[in-house]
Design a protein. Structure first.
Length: 126
């Protein structure tokens, strides 16, 4: 079960990272495709609300088994950076929100990968 949530966490954090990196390109393409843009702040809130449960479940299950709390610390930092991007969205400006979101997502991706590798190495069966 933990491996499933690590995989989901990697996919969700990766989607968030891709979103942050390709928003400038999509802003150019959106009018050409006739698509309307949703509120960017809402998109970040939705990403965070989906990423957070997957990260908490996967990291908690993995750390209880392999006892590598660096993974827990790294995931916590990634989540705090993502929270900062959402909380300070209005005061930071779009570019800094994207930078923080990309950094937070990257940290979470690395923590999920490390968690997955450690659990695979230990032969976890959760």
């Amino acid at each position: 079960m933990q491996k499933f949530f690590d995989t989901v966490g990697i996919a969700l954090s990766g989607t968030c990272l891709i979103h942050c990196l390709f928003v400038p390109i999509s802003l150019i393409l959106v009018p050409l495709l006739g698509i309307t843009i949703t509120n960017e702040h809402t998109v970040h809130e939705v990403f965070l609300s989906v990423i957070l449960p997957a990260a908490l479940i996967a990291i908690t299950m993995g750390c209880r088994k392999h006892k590598d709390y660096n993974v827990f610390f790294m995931a916590g930092v990634g989540i705090l950076v993502l929270f900062s991007a959402v909380i300070y969205h209005d005061s930071l400006g779009d570019i800094w929100v994207r930078v923080l979101s990309a950094i937070g997502s990257s940290i979470l991706i690395f923590s999920h990968i490390r968690n997955y590798v450690l659990c695979h190495k230990d032969g976890c069966n959760h």
